[in-house]
Design a protein around this ligand. Structure first.
Ligand SMILES: [Cu+2]
Length: 656
């Protein structure tokens, strides 16, 4: 561990990239249909007129499913596993409950401003007793969501409080950004802070507490973190309350700064209260908005005691395997099941061993197009061919498989690829994958039964995320892995013999690149003796937008195009054929980890011209001759997640 790794913005020679392009594969496949052979999704019918924007799910001891909605209702569903479930409205008028638990005949939930216990004393199916267990401050900011409770074995409850949003995460009411423990009698103990958007939390199979986080300011990417009393998990705003009575931390907001240019992992060396994540979910590669987490019980396939983690924006569920090395959690995330109808927010196990999935897109975008819904996921009984677990070794990684492998393919180092990278800890929104390096695999040992492979890898680095991919591995019956790519967060390298790294430039960071391409001409062509016919200047606005919706040029005219990025995020600008913005936006996403160093410019004919990928407060100027063919061309930003909103029209008018 060292704090001396400072990441500088560096430019690389882009020609090398084009020479190597044919070797670049991310190992990603599109597993959607394949997944359904093993895990099947089916809808739970919702009667017309009920807007079931699921905020929380909780089964009672009779198998009835309680669902609280962000619109403030609680519905109790009888026979949720049947074709004809019946719905009974148990409560209404609540203030945006976003998680729920059931215990001893009562439902417990957070409203925005309190932890509430709901009971049906006269047993008519409708709650008649609303008890405030604990009340906290609230200021009306839209983002002051409250989540919980989760019960601990001693009967106390955990809740988490989302930061408000004022153009950045802000703790404007006391304990915002904290996880609190509240006893059944309403006694509150602050546990830990540094949370930004802690929508998912709970216990793993060993009984330790984890919470999930979304990419945002101070948060490079989605992640999950092991939470213990006194931890600071990354966002400084909650530290505003560290001087308050009961605070488990002395660290102050002013103590945190991001001028060191290090990862959150390395920031531990500056402040030992810092707790880096146990598992990162790389943004857009694994998910985009992490939600609930839940332990897999026995009888749901080969992954007992691992975790499932939801993703709201991608309408999917991921799988997590963790290990503990030197007392520190770390582990891998894998794809598990895509294709849910709406944004996955909550999960609960039914008595039928099916996973009930509560969804809402909250008016934000999600891959599943429905605004809300309730679905169940069941195991078909077939064994999927997957990487079951990954453990760190002093000199590489030990992979186990759910099915015996074909030895020849699994023992061949060329069947795998490994790349590591990390994220910057800074106040900006998200982080690019930085300090990315491909790792050589020297040798692979496969065990007798063909169920494990030990990869000998050079130069492991603590605090880095390892993309471990096995696209060439086949099972004994010649099947490829359903999800060949996993992301392993390496916090601790186990004791033992290590393989030294090859000589690398410690500052080799691809934060921005200088894209060399004939579609990006940055010097005015010598033949333009009278200069450009038209100069266009376009900028970016917060919220993933350009400051101009439409630009008009004459066919065949000489254009000087200035692109300014005063925004906090990275952006580019591609001029594409009429109607091609969606297909190019998707192609950029498919670039995976290579996207960053390619400037998110896929090699596609629909792209006519493009700028560099710009970091905050930078500019680019390109020169091109407008298309001869009049029409409505488009300009679009292909940084992941931007293409659907960040676009405009380039009108090419006929020559006069
Ligand atoms: Cu953008």
């Amino acid at each position: 561990m060292s704090v001396h790794k400072i990441y500088f913005i560096r430019t690389i020679n882009w020609i090398a990239f084009f020479l190597l392009f044919t070797c670049f594969t991310t190992g990603q496949t599109s597993p959607g249909l394949e997944e359904s052979n093993y895990y099947r999704i089916s809808p739970v019918a919702i009667p017309e007129g009920i807007v079931l924007e699921a905020g929380g799910l909780a089964f009672d001891e009779t198998g009835k499913l309680g669902v609280c909605t962000r619109r403030g209702e609680v519905w109790v569903i009888s026979n949720p596993g049947s074709e004809n479930p019946t719905y009974n409205r148990y409560a209404h008028g609540l203030h945006e409950p976003l998680m729920m638990a059931y215990q001893d005949g009562s439902y417990f939930m957070t409203q925005r401003g309190e932890l509430t216990k709901l009971s049906d004393v006269d047993e008519d199916g409708v709650a008649d007793q609303y008890e405030s267990i604990y009340i906290w401050d609230l200021n009306g900011n839209y983002h002051e969501y409250s989540y919980g409770p989760k019960f601990l074995p001693d009967g106390s409850m955990l809740v988490t409080l989302n930061l408000g949003w004022v153009g950045r995460g802000a703790s404007e009411s006391k304990w915002r950004g904290w996880m609190l423990q509240i006893s059944a009698e309403g006694e509150m103990t602050p546990i830990a802070t540094g949370m930004r958007s802690p929508a998912g939390f709970g216990l793993n199979a060993a009984g330790d507490i984890f919470y999930t986080e979304n990419q945002g300011d101070w948060v490079g990417s989605g992640r999950m973190t092991h939470v213990e009393k006194g931890d600071f998990v990354g966002h400084p705003e909650g530290l505003k309350w560290s001087g308050e009575k009961g605070s488990t931390l002395q660290l102050k907001m002013e103590d945190i700064d991001d001028t060191k240019g290090v990862s959150l992992y390395d920031y531990q060396e500056i402040h030992p209260e810092v707790k880096p994540p146990s598992v990162w979910f790389p943004h857009t590669l694994m998910g985009i908005s992490t939600s609930d987490l839940i332990v897999i019980p026995e009888g749901f396939g080969p992954f007992t005691d691992q975790l499932l983690v939801g993703d709201q924006g991608h309408s999917k569920i991921m799988r997590v395997y963790q290990e503990k090395v030197n007392g520190v959690y770390q582990g891998a995330c894998f794809g598990f099941r895509e294709g849910f109808a709406s944004g996955v927010l909550r999960m609960a196990w039914g008595p039928d061993l099916k996973l009930y999935v509560g969804m809402t897109n909250r008016g934000w975008a999600s891959t599943g197009q429905e605004p809300y819904g309730l679905e169940r996921l069941e195991w078909t009984g077939r064994n999927p061919f997957e990487i079951k677990t990954i453990n760190a070794r002093s000199n590489g990684f030990l992979l186990t498989f759910t099915e015996p492998v074909d030895r020849a393919s699994a023992a061949n180092p060329e069947s795998y690829s490994i790349t590591d990278f990390t994220y910057l800890y800074h106040h900006l929104y998200g982080s690019p994958a930085i300090d990315q390096q491909e790792r050589a695999i020297y040798k692979v040992e496969v065990d007798q039964e063909g169920l494990t492979a030990t990869l000998h890898v050079e130069g492991l680095r603590e605090g880095y995320i390892y993309e471990i991919s096995g696209p060439g591995v086949r099972s004994k019956v010649d099947q490829p892995l359903i999800h060949p790519t996993a992301y392993f967060t390496l916090n601790q390298i186990p004791e033992g013999e290590r393989i030294a790294a090859k000589e690398v430039d410690p500052h080799a960071v691809f934060e921005t690149v200088d894209l060399k391409s004939d579609k990006r001409v940055t010097d005015m062509p010598g033949s333009w003796l009278n200069g450009p016919d038209q100069t266009i200047e376009i900028g970016t606005l917060p919220g993933m937008r350009y400051d101009t919706d439409q630009v008009v040029v004459k066919a065949g005219s000489k254009i000087k195009w200035i692109f300014n990025n005063p925004d906090d995020m990275m952006h580019n600008l591609l001029i594409v054929s009429p109607g091609a913005a969606d297909v190019i936006g998707n192609a950029a996403l498919q670039l995976g980890l290579k996207g960053q160093e390619m400037g998110y410019i896929p090699l596609r004919d629909e792209i006519l011209f493009h700028t560099n990928l710009l970091g905050p407060n930078s500019s680019d100027i390109i020169y091109f001759t407008a298309p001869e063919e009049p029409g409505e061309y488009m300009f679009v930003c292909t940084f992941p997640g931007h293409a659907t909103t960040m676009r405009g029209v380039l009108v090419v008018e006929p020559k006069t």
